[in-house]
Each structure stands twice: as structure tokens, then as C-alpha cells.
Ligand binder design. Structure first.
Ligand code: IYR
Length: 225
């Protein structure tokens, strides 16, 4: 591997294969078509998923860029049914209050087409739950260190995670119980970590239906200058 020091720090040569324009167009179109097939799925088949697949998905998420390369994330991977049950019970307790008193009517109206409610059977049905924690600061041997752009970094990593789940032929739901401090307690996470997203992963249940909703067309999401 070709190496060189820049301002005293080791660098390695980086190259990407040069693609022809046609190949770039074809590959970007193909990737877009593939990602456009992704749908949030809230009903899972209990069929087990190989652990290696889950590890690869998490490794992919962990390739995301992060502020000062601090990689301020922890992915808790849960398959233990008793922990899933604890999470479901705690999430439903919060969601019951959210749906009955915390969420305003317009919010609930916006969710009507998605058919969500306080009940979260997917937290027990999905073969795996991934709970993503953001590390607000680093903590090693009791020493604090600064992390930068933590929300941006962890958000990007979750995007990679969701893309990798889809690419593996699996489905997920991006679940955000609120508040979700119960996850820190159940999973006994240290003080520097805060729950960010809860993502059940698995095969979709046989005969799954998803809401007939559309994505914005190009002209609505792009402004050219
Ligand atoms: N956290 C709740 C409510 C909810 C909120 C939004 I914004 C969604 O897009 C979906 C659900 C729940 O998980 O049910």
C-alpha cells in the first residue's frame, strides 16, 4: 500500500475505479431503483436472520462519515426475547400516553394514513432490534473527550444502516418511542450515550401491505442553480 506523511500524519493512497459516463448513469439509476423499493414495514415474520448479516449491516452503518472521525455511535443488537419484551412493555407504556395525551390532533391526523397506534407488537415479533445510541461525548477509562456533529454523524450512520438492511433483502421500521430513556436503563448504557433510534429488522410478514403513498418527484426535491 502506498503511504505518505502529510504534516506528520500517515496517509494512504486512495483510488476509485474510473467508470464511464454510461456506467455511472446505469449504476446510479440501478441503485436509485433499488432504494426506491424500500418501504417501512411494521409487521415481521419471526423467521431468524443470520447473525452475520446483522453484523455486516452494522459494519456498513459504521462506515459513515463522522465529525472528526469520532464514530460517535453504538448499535445494540437484540435478539433475546426477554429483553425485547421489556422494551415492548416500556415503549407501549410511553406510546399509550403519547397517543392519548401528548400528541396533538393534527399529528395524529398526519399518522392516520400510516395506521400507527400505541401498540408495538413488532418489538417482539422482529427477529432483531437494533437500538442506536449516540455518544454525546467520548468516555474511556473515565476520561471524557469531545465529539462533534453527533446528531449529523449518527443520522448519516442510520441512513447507511437502513440502506444496508434493504440491500440485504430485509425490512425495518424506524421507531422513535418518546421519551426513550427507558432504553438506556434496560440496556444499561453508560451516561455518555443517549438513545437515538430503535430499528426492528427482519423479513416482512407473508402478505404484507404498506400504505399507498408516493415519493416527491425530482422537480419538488431539487432546485438547480
Ligand atoms: N412514535 C410514535 C408516533 C409516530 C410518529 C411519527 I412523526 C411517525 O412517522 C410514526 C409514528 C410511534 O412510533 O407510533
Amino acid at each position: 500500500m502506498e503511504k505518505k506523511k502529510i504534516e506528520g500524519f500517515e496517509h494512504i493512497r486512495y483510488e476509485r475505479p474510473q467508470l464511464s459516463q454510461e456506467e455511472m448513469i446505469q449504476r446510479s439509476e440501478h441503485f436509485y431503483q433499488e432504494m426506491d423499493q424500500r418501504r417501512t414495514v411494521r409487521e415481521f415474520d419471526p423467521r431468524p436472520v443470520p447473525l452475520e448479516v446483522m453484523e455486516n449491516i452494522i459494519l456498513t452503518a459504521s462506515t459513515a462519515p463522522s465529525g472528526a472521525h469520532k464514530q460517535p455511535w453504538t448499535f445494540c443488537l437484540i435478539s433475546d426475547p426477554s429483553i425485547k419484551k421489556k422494551i415492548r412493555d416500556a415503549a407501549e407504556e410511553e406510546e399509550k400516553i403519547s397517543y392519548s395525551t401528548r400528541m396533538p390532533e393534527n399529528w395524529k391526523a398526519d399518522l392516520k394514513p400510516l395506521g400507527t397506534n400505541w401498540e408495538k407488537p413488532f418489538l417482539e415479533e422482529a427477529p432483531y432490534l437494533i437500538v442506536v445510541f449516540k455518544q454525546s461525548y467520548g468516555l474511556e477509562n473515565g476520561q471524557k473527550s469531545q465529539h462533534y456533529y453527533v446528531n449529523e454523524s449518527v443520522g448519516i450512520a442510520c441512513g447507511f444502516l437502513i440502506a444496508a438492511i434493504h440491500q440485504a433483502g430485509l425490512t425495518a421500521v424506524t421507531h422513535t418511542p418518546s421519551p426513550m430513556n427507558f432504553l438506556s436503563e434496560i440496556l444499561e448504557r453508560p451516561f455518555n450515550e443517549k438513545p437515538y433510534l430503535l430499528i426492528p429488522v427482519g423479513y416482512p410478514k407473508a402478505e404484507t401491505y404498506v400504505p399507498a403513498i408516493e415519493r416527491k418527484p425530482l422537480h419538488e426535491v431539487i432546485k438547480r442553480f
